[in-house]
Ligand binder design. Structure first.
Ligand SMILES: Nc1nc2c(c(=O)[nH]1)N[C@H]1C(S)=C(S)[C@@H](COP(=O)(O)O)O[C@H]1N2
Ligand SMILES: [Mo]
Length: 252
C-alpha cells in the first residue's frame, strides 16, 4: 500500500473512529501506527494521543509560520532565568569557548562539539515566534544549524525514534520525535537578531523547536541523546514538563 493511500486511510479512520465508535478506538488505531506519545498514561492521556496522532498524520511536513523582518519584536521578552549554576558561570567567564554539545546514544559516531564546531555546519536562519503556554509571545530571528545536520554528522542509526536534549540547568530536559528532529526548522541555535544568542534567551546554545510551544525550546543545551525508547529517561514521560502536568507534545 502506498504511503499516501495508507495515510489517507489512517486519517479517515481516525476521524471516523473518533466520531462513531468513541475515542478509545481512535487511540487504538493511533497505537497501530506508533503514534502514542510517551505521556499517554495520565488524566489527559487519551487527549494527548489524539492530538499527537492527528497532528502527525495531517501536518507532519508543515512549516511553522515565518515572519517578515519588519515583524521582529522590538522588545522580545525573555522568561527571566538566573544564570543556571556555577558551572555555567565558569563557562561564561571563558566566553563559552569550553562549551560542548555532546551527541550520544543510537549513533555510529558520538560527537562533542564546540560552538565554533557548530558554526562550521550549514547555517540556517528563521524569523519565528516563541509562544509560551502562559499566553505571551514574541518574534525573533534565530540563527543556527539545523539539528538534522548534527544528526547526520553523528550518523544516527535507522532505529532512532527520538532525540532527547538536556540543559546545563538542572531539571530542564525534553525530547522530540524524528518528525521534529529532522524538520528543517528545528535549529541548534547560537545567534539571535544579528548577534550571538544572549544568555537571557538561552545562549550560548538553545534548541529552537518552532512547531511547538516555547517550553520545548530548551535553553543552555549541552547534551543530545538519540534513542528508540523514552522510558529510560527521567520518569519515562519523554521530558520534564509532563512530570508537572504539561504535555510532552506541544504542537502549535
Ligand atoms: N533551560 C531553560 N529553558 C527554558 C526555560 C527555562 O526556564 N530554562 N523556560 C521555557 C519556557 S516555559 C518558555 S515559554 C521559553 C521562553 O523563552 P524566552 O525566554 O526566549 O522567552 O523557554 C523555555 N526554555
Ligand atoms: Mo513557557
Amino acid at each position: 500500500m502506498s504511503g499516501i493511500t495508507r495515510r489517507r486511510l489512517v486519517r479517515g479512520g481516525l476521524a471516523a473512529a473518533a466520531g462513531a465508535s468513541g475515542l478509545a478506538v481512535a487511540a487504538r488505531l493511533a497505537g497501530r501506527y506508533g503514534l502514542i506519545p510517551p505521556d499517554h498514561g495520565g488524566l489527559y492521556g487519551l487527549g494527548e494521543t489524539l492530538t499527537y496522532a492527528s497532528q502527525r498524520l495531517l501536518t507532519s511536513h508543515s512549516l511553522a509560520r515565518e515572519f517578515a523582518r519588519s515583524e521582529i519584536s522590538k522588545q522580545p521578552f525573555p522568561n527571566p532565568v538566573a544564570p543556571p549554576n556555577e558551572e555555567f558561570k565558569r563557562l561564561a567567564a571563558g566566553n563559552f569557548a569550553e562549551w560542548r554539545l555532546t551527541v550520544s546514544g543510537m549513533v555510529a559516531r558520538p560527537l562533542s562539539l564546540s560552538i565554533a564546531d557548530l558554526k562550521r555546519f550549514r547555517a540556517s536562519g528563521q524569523i519565528t515566534q516563541v509562544a509560551c503556554e502562559e499566553g505571551w509571545s514574541y518574534v525573533a530571528e534565530w540563527i543556527g544549524t539545523p539539528l538534522v545536520e548534527v544528526l547526520h554528522a553523528a550518523e544516527i542509526l535507522p532505529q532512532a525514534r527520538y532525540v532527547v536534549y538536556f540543559s546545563i540547568a538542572r531539571g530542564w530536559w525534553d525530547s522530540i520525535d524524528m518528525a521534529d528532529a529532522l524538520h528543517p526548522q528545528t535549529l541548534v541555535t547560537y545567534g539571535m537578531n544579528g548577534g550571538d544568542l544572549p544568555v537571557n534567551f538561552g545562549g550560548p546554545l538553545r534548541l529552537r523547536v518552532p512547531r511547538q510551544l516555547g517550553y520545548k525550546s530548551v535553553k543552555y543545551i549541552t547534551r543530545l541523546a538519540v534513542t528508540d525508547d523514552l522510558k529510560r529517561f527521567g520518569k519515562g514521560l519523554g521530558s520534564a514538563p509532563p512530570e508537572g502536568g504539561y504535555a510532552w507534545y506541544a504542537g502549535i
